[in-house]
Design a protein around this ligand. Structure first.
Ligand code: C2E
Ligand code: MG
Ligand code: MG
Ligand code: MG
Length: 288
């Protein structure tokens, strides 16, 4: 099921091509108004450490409540915003909103914000992030930025400079969707990532594919060697959670411990879900 969520979804159901093109154009126009009309909101999905089940942080995931089309998936409108140039204003709104909301959380959890490739390419990004922290009062140590490899392949030198400046402020950086795209070792070696997020499409295979387990194990080892946390995304099944814990991943995110939602989750609930194991997990092996 994790796989289905990551395959391209149809955004428009119009029968005619013309209608689809028109719908798309209208949606781009709507994107422009959506920030002012407060049509976007952030949902949060919990991330927990292994093997303790302690909450590590929350990933902010944007939602668009469209006046006539209802909830539209970010998998539809983020690419549209990227192409139409609306992504930078949207991305700034997301960053500021996530910092403001996280600053009010009762516990000092980290908020992880997805950064679009275009925004990483914006020379004002570092100033925008600094301003979002100052305005909200959120300490830099409580912000993590997630980016995919596609964000750094265009102008590697520039991307590296941006990330180093953000790191110097105390912000953590995660490599999102690892295992898809290039997954190049060179990127892991040259960029200052704190966390590798293993893609859900990969996690979906581990309970029936021994090769996938061997690769998972290697990525976990690589993470320990490079001093980067390895978080498995899209974990839905107790069997997947057991394998991920056994193979030494340091964190987990997925429906099994919590779906994205407007509010935070009960830490005791997360711990209980983490104990839903089909067979005993060796906590020492997971820590080694
Ligand atoms: P992502 O950053 O890799 O986020 C993970 C996606 O997997 C989220 O989908 C999340 O709801 C979904 N997910 C989490 N656990 C499970 C699970 O156990 N099973 C399944 N089937 N799915 C799970 P969502 O919220 O629809 O977001 C999709 C993508 O859209 C994100 O992938 C990210 O690339 C992009 N996106 C979302 N919010 C933002 C944002 O604020 N800014 C930017 N630039 N991109 C965003
Ligand atoms: Mg992400
Ligand atoms: Mg991801
Ligand atoms: Mg993704």
């Amino acid at each position: 099921r994790a796989k289905a969520a990551h395959s391209p979804e149809p955004c428009f159901y119009d029968a005619q091509m013309d209608d689809a093109v028109r719908a798309r154009r209208e949606l781009v126009a709507d994107l422009r108004n959506a920030i002012e009309t407060r049509a976007f909101e952030l949902h949060y999905q919990v991330q927990a450490s292994l093997p303790t089940g302690e909450i590590k942080g929350y990933e902010a995931l944007v939602r668009w409540n469209h006046p006539t089309r209802g909830m539209i998936s970010p998998a539809c409108f983020i690419p549209l915003a990227e192409e139409s140039g609306e992504i930078v204003p949207l991305s700034i709104w997301i960053l500021r909103q996530a910092c403001v909301e996280a600053a009010l959380w009762p516990n000092r959890h980290v908020v992880s914000v997805n950064l679009s490739p275009k925004h990483l390419g914006d020379p004002r990004l570092v100033e925008t992030v600094r301003a979002a922290l100052v305005e909200s009062g959120l300490p830099a140590e409580r912000l993590m930025l997630e980016l995919t490899e596609s964000a750094i392949i265009d102008d590697r030198q520039f991307a590296l400079g941006q990330l180093q400046a953000l790191k110097a402020m105390g912000i953590a950086i995660a490599l999102d969707d690892f295992g898809t795209g290039y997954s190049s070792l060179d990127v892991l070696r040259s960029f200052p990532f704190d966390c590798i997020k293993l893609d859900a499409s990969f996690v979906a295979e581990i309970d029936h594919d021994e090769q996938a387990v061997l690769i998972l194990r290697s990525v976990a080892t690589l993470g320990r060697t490079l001093n980067m946390a390895v978080l498995a995304e899209g974990v839905e099944q107790p069997s997947q959670l057991a394998i991920i814990a056994r193979e030494g991943c340091s964190a987990v995110q997925g429906y099994i411990i919590g779906r994205p939602s407007p509010g935070l989750v009960d830490p005791e609930h997360v711990k209980r879900m983490m104990m839903l194991k089909p067979h005993t997990v060796d906590a020492n092996a997971a820590r080694a």
